[in-house]
Ligand binder design. Structure first.
Ligand code: PMP
Length: 358
């Protein structure tokens, strides 16, 4: 008996830690700048770290009330009922819950290309089929209603990413609404706002008051700096609230994660500092790096550099780790995460050196 062929998973989790790259290069991790995974350059909120420490002594006991407390806080923030907040093990976990709730075996999902890999993987894990809609470089990879609807063919889930990974383009709620209105009643439009805090566009959560066919994904991994804790959630239509109890894993998010999430939500200063750092770095990178780029509203910037794998490798040798976007189907692009000011300056200088040498 062999397990099912789920080989795509290997690629998704293959992103290596900084220690491993440092070993390969024979350097210290502190000498390297990792701008490959869109993590928070400022680290976690100090308030979240304190909450984690406080709970550390009691990890032998099962989670208690913090899950409900966090769902309530988030519900208040988004002006929805707590049952509409589907907490999960990261945004990825929330995508799995949506797949489980929406897909019958063989149902198809429609995903952007280029786009975030986990939409397809989650569909496959849940015995769904995957179709891609092509985004065009000519209009900056925009997910317009026309682009999406002209390639839609009755899929059960349609994914939009705003800001989009890896290009940084956004989808306004009015476009989400047009897309949802243009699809069948049985289609759920999932708007992935993992990078939403960095964008200058309203959240699609505002549509949930009127629509029962839109869900929004959010995460604590980016602006809140808690990627290692694995905490994310979907805001789902009111009509879907009951389904959460049937699709979630018992104790869907850990007690420590929920407490850290509550503390991080309360730390506006940290989120504001993060967003300011990102805005500075995005502008600095776009202005300084001598390569064509796209207008990004995420905490990363995409550059066209020619042979992306070769450029990423040359940067690695200089101690700068960026994302080679070949796996996104963009073999001429690298994606650079917004770092601290010193990290970002060093990365920009190294990229320019590498490009000048080529
Ligand atoms: N959506 C997008 C577009 C992402 O880039 C990521 C993570 N890189 C996620 C969702 C999921 O993030 P997490 O599981 O850490 O919440």
């Amino acid at each position: 008996m062999q397990p099912r062929d789920l080989s795509a998973h290997d690629e998704y989790v293959a992103g290596r830690g900084i220690e491993e790259v440092a070993r390969e290069l024979g350097r210290e991790p502190d000498d390297l700048v990792k701008l490959a995974s869109n993590e928070n350059a400022l680290g976690p909120s100090p308030k979240a770290v304190e909450a984690i420490r406080e709970r550390a002594e009691s990890v032998h006991s099962y989670p208690k009330a913090s899950h409900a407390d966090l769902a309530e806080q988030l519900a208040e923030r988004w002006d929805v009922a707590p049952e509409q907040i589907w907490l999960a093990n990261g945004g990825d976990g929330a995508l799995d819950y949506l797949s489980r709730a929406a897909l019958e075996p063989g149902d198809a999902v429609l995903v952007p290309s280029p786009g975030f890999a986990y939409y397809s993987m989650s569909a496959r894990y849940h015995h769904g089929a995957v179709r891609e809609y092509a985004l065009s470089k000519d209009d900056g990879f925009a997910q317009t209603a026309e682009t999406v609807l002209s390639q839609y063919d009755g899929e059960r889930i349609v994914y939009l990413t705003s800001p989009h990974n890896p290009t940084g383009s956004v989808v306004a709620p009015a476009d989400v609404e047009r897309i949802a209105a243009g699809t069948d009643e049985e289609t759920l439009v999932v708007v992935d706002e993992a990078y939403g805090e960095f964008a200058d566009v309203d959240s699609a959560v505002e549509l949930l008051g009127e629509r029962d066919d839109v869900a929004v994904l959010r995460t604590f991994s980016k602006a809140y700096g808690l990627a290692g804790l694995r905490l994310g959630y979907a805001v789902t239509p009111a009509e879907w609230a009951d389904a959460y109890a049937r699709v979630n894993t018992p104790f869907a998010a850990s007690e420590i994660a929920c407490r850290a999430g509550l503390a991080a939500l309360d730390d506006d200063e940290h989120v504001e500092g993060t967003v300011e750092t990102v805005e500075w770095a995005r502008e600095y990178l776009a202005e300084t790096v001598e390569a064509p780029t796209y207008d990004s509203q995420g905490n990363f910037v995409l550059f066209e550099v020619g042979d992306a794998s070769a450029v990423a490798e040359a940067l690695k040798q200089k101690g700068i780790i960026v994302r080679d976007c070949t796996s996104f189907g963009l073999d001429e692009c690298i994606r650079v995460t917004c770092g601290t000011k010193p990290e970002t300056r060093r990365a920009a200088e190294a990229i320019n050196e590498v490009l000048a040498e080529r």
